[in-house]
Design a protein around this ligand. Sequence first.
Ligand SMILES: [Zn+2]
Length: 311
Amino acid sequence: MELRRIAADIYAWLQPDRGWGWSNAGFVARGGGLVVDTLMDVAHTRRMLAGFAGVHPEPPRRLVNTHHNSDHCWGNQLLRDAEILGHRFCAEAMQRDLQPGMLAALAGRDDLPPGMRWFAEDVRDFDFSEVEVTPPNRLVDDAGLELDLAGRPAHLLYVGPAHTGGDLVVHLPEDGVVFAGDILFHHCTPIGWEGTTERWCQALERIAALEPEWIVPGHGEPCGPEGALEMRDYLRFVYDECARLAVRELSPLEAAKQIDPGPYARWTQPERLVLNVARAFRELRGGDWHETVDVAALLDDAVALRRYWEG
Ligand SMILES: [Zn+2]
């Protein structure tokens, strides 16, 4: 884990991409302190907050959750006295979706199907036993929100439904920084749970159009606008490949086997391709952006795809 200074008073907390659960977060050390996302568990978040305290001794006054996925909010309870901002879809999904007990129950089991075993292996260093899901206490609507941090603005922009229904990004226009949450996976294969390809591409283009000097992604290394456009190209590539395949006759796994990932094979966890194919299929079939996804089955497909590539 690394605390990296991105601009004056602005920091990223970076974790190397070790697969599922290994996310980045951010901190603006002015105007009382603004944390952007917490981490996958309380212990990792505690270490991060200790890092932020080194540059800003007072407890942070605000936290923004970019979305509801566990790797971005399961340390929220350490900031329960702060103002916790999130989109209303984020707040709803945090209480409705995956709960800590479900992941705690995976530990030590040797009867898991291949996909869940893969996931459990990646998250084995996290401790879910003390996580108390702590949703936002101030809701942000589709119009977003502008905060004043000691005379400098922070814009919370709603860009969903793209990666999830409640995606927010944090733009610091005078500092040239965007905290993108999981709208951006940089050289890590992205995965989206809700939303549409079109909205996600628009979100990435909107971030690029802000011309930030630095974008801090939810996963991977910070980058410039080119990183956002590169990921847009990946999403378009997958969608276009699926559009040319017979979506009514193939399963996502059969289709994914027919797609040559080309340069994207070098991104981490390229087998997540099959989850992106499943999402494109849903869209090509006219499904809703919030249709329920069978995550366990798709993770099994991803493991099967990896094995297929390995021959
Ligand atoms: Zn994430």
